[in-house]
Design a protein around this ligand. Structure first.
Ligand code: G3P
Length: 220
């Protein structure tokens, strides 16, 4: 399962660049960054750090407008993947863009039927928002699992992204469901490194090493 980082923050992207395969942004994440950059400069900056796909959202409403905006965004960097909303206008645009070789990520998907339609429209990626489903008492990972079964059975080429990730258990369950990609907020990724037993074990090794050093020095 590929890991994308769900942030537009340059510092966080730099911190985890060695372990991530791409980045996803959205208007909310972009708005949190007070960089003073134009969108174009911000994306160019991210592309210098990460050499994988960078999702950037198109905000137009109609299919013709989405196509124009998507082509402008895609021209910023070959790594740009244009995020397009899951609705009829979005999928009409995605089909045209896919035929023209522009990479797309259909966003705000909440059902396996929506994921299936995104794949039929030729989207490069389809993003299922598991956390927002869990928030309203649904089972987000079940939608990932159902969608993956459909994608596998019908040999659909679209890659499924598990998005709206809230905690490390989402990562384990998305991987078990076979999700091609997961996009993880930096805060959740930082938790994945940690285990209390690792901290306890490191402290013991460090203490024991200090004892040994007292007796015979630390040379190897
Ligand atoms: O990038 C899309 C998605 O991951 C946003 O998640 O936390 O706003 O539901 P969230």
């Amino acid at each position: 399962m590929k890991i994308f980082l769900d942030t537009a923050n340059i510092k966080e992207i730099s911190q985890y660049a060695y372990i991530i395969d791409g980045v996803t942004t959205n208007p909310t994440l972009m708005a949190q960054e007070k960089t003073g950059y134009q969108i174009r400069d911000h994306i160019t900056e991210i592309a210098k750090i990460v050499h994988g796909p960078i999702s950037v959202e198109a905000m137009s409403q109609t299919a013709p407008e989405i196509i124009i905006e998507a082509e402008e965004l895609a021209a910023i960097s070959p790594n740009v993947v244009v995020k397009i909303p899951m609705n009829e206008a979005g999928l009409q645009a995605a089909k045209v863009l896919s035929d023209r070789g522009v990479k797309t990520n259909i966003t705000l998907i909440f059902s396996a039927n929506q994921a299936y339609l995104a794949a039929k429209a030729g989207a490069t990626y389809a993003s299922i928002f598991v956390g927002r489903l869990d928030d309203i008492g649904h089972d987000g990972i079940q939608v990932v699992s159902d969608s993956m079964e459909i994608f596998r059975q019908h040999k659909l080429e679209t890659e499924l992204i598990t998005a709206s990730v809230r905690h490390p258990l989402h990562v384990i369950n998305a991987a078990k469901a076979g999700s091609h990609v997961i996009t993880i907020p930096p805060k959740v990724l930082s938790l994945m490194f940690r285990h209390n037993l690792t901290d306890v074990g490191l402290k013991k090794f460090s203490d024991d090493w200090a004892q040994l050093a007292k007796k015979q020095g630390t040379g190897i």
